[in-house]
Write a protein that binds this ligand. Sequence first.
Ligand SMILES: [Zn+2]
Length: 234
Amino acid sequence: MPHLVYENTTTLMNRKSNTPFTLSKQSKLPDLLQANEEWVHSINQTHPTLFPEHNAQGQEPHTLFIGCSDSRYNENVLGVVPGEIFTWRSIANLCLPDDSTFLSTLEYAIICLKVNKLVICGHTDCGGIMTCLRGGREALKSQQNCHSLYQYLGDIDQLYSEHANEIDQLPDERTRGKYLCIQNLKRQFNRLVHNDIVRNAIKKGQLEVYGLLYNVDTGLLETVDTLPPVTSIE
Ligand SMILES: [Zn+2]
């Protein structure tokens, strides 16, 4: 159970508090370094060969994980340890076709590292998406001096206006939010599978793409879309 290794990494500072978190806003560099040492110790107990015999020799990840930058999830929701997953994260897991960091990540992961799975993983209660749903994008520019974020979230605002009719009929904000998170995930999934590198790898049978939604209130993933379609994936 690889994910259990993270359970023992609580530092002295937070052992005294009532939160489950390892560090906090009060933590300083010594706390971070201590937390790191405890984490290494914990991994060495459960996976003694991981650092010296595997990670020290290079990486051969099986999966490219693209997710949101949200603090509540990352590739570790798959129960993996370092060395298994190549990762790229962006606010609201946007895969914008002219973003060179995103495109470089695809090239490196698929062509150079030859991952055979690509996970695009959105999540419920996404801050970028909820901001647009609540009509808060304009205030980012006018009141909060977040000009880049305002610009960036234009993609979500546009998506929201495309689906406004069906969203308005949903009963509550939680349902509307999840619906828009799923629509956003579907849009990023489509962008990915129309990318030349991804498309070629799928065509050659070298890559499968999974669109997954992470539920922040349960920790569970649900499948939204796959290519090849889910019926043809074992
Ligand atoms: Zn998010």
